[in-house]
Design a protein around this ligand. Sequence first.
Ligand code: KIV
Length: 269
Amino acid sequence: MSSHSDIRRATVPGLTARKGGEPIVALTSYHAHTAAIVDKYADFILVGDSLGMVMHGMESTVGVPLDLMIMHGKAVVRGTRRALIVVDMPFGTYEESPAAAFRNAARVMKETQCGAVKIEGGARMAETVRFLTERGIPVMAHIGLTPQSSHVMGGFRTQGRDEADWPLHEADAKAVAEAGAFAVVLEGMVEPLAARITGQIGIPTIGIGASATCDGQILVLEDMLGLNPRPPKFVRVYGRLGAAIEQAVSDYATDVRQRAFPGEDQVYR
Ligand code: KIV
């Protein structure tokens, strides 16, 4: 756990200044212990609403409540001291009006002590991005494949396969950048489109399934650790945690069945 004196976090302007420079490293985390490990290497940590699926077994992010984001946001802030912590605004908490978005985002900032929020949507959310930013709430935007709109989009499809759609995505990126977003996530986007957007706007692009042409990359931690039995195709799996946990649980079950509790000898004798 961090004490105030040893907390020195990456800042929003510091992150924006990385545009075109050293690639930005980002991961999701929902949990104090994993966040403490990620904190040593990541520039920012996203408490993503993907936690609905990863932590709570939901089918999509649509059902994630604000209180759940706040609970996990607090855990991640408590477990970290150097990364910028960004908390996702869940579906239904920011789309209705800029004022409603401000009310809910201010709650997230106050209760979690995070450094910024993320909202999905491009041109249609630009007014809200501006409203929040002008009132002291830094906003990371999220365009391309936006999972909260998956019911409208007809699933989780890579965006920009048809070149005719590129101008819309480019307009989204420009609109959120002009409205004051400090960075933008490009999710599920073909490489040439991600490269064009990255070259057209003055804020960092953070790719997820959007190629190495972006200014940084984010992955869902559990996907890259090998905990998801069906990770998205673009994810490089760096760990085999699912298999390691299974082996450990199986060894434990064997010990218990044999009444062999190594390590407890010193406690009970
Ligand atoms: O919710 C999430 O984890 C995200 C990332 C996939 C960018 O939004």
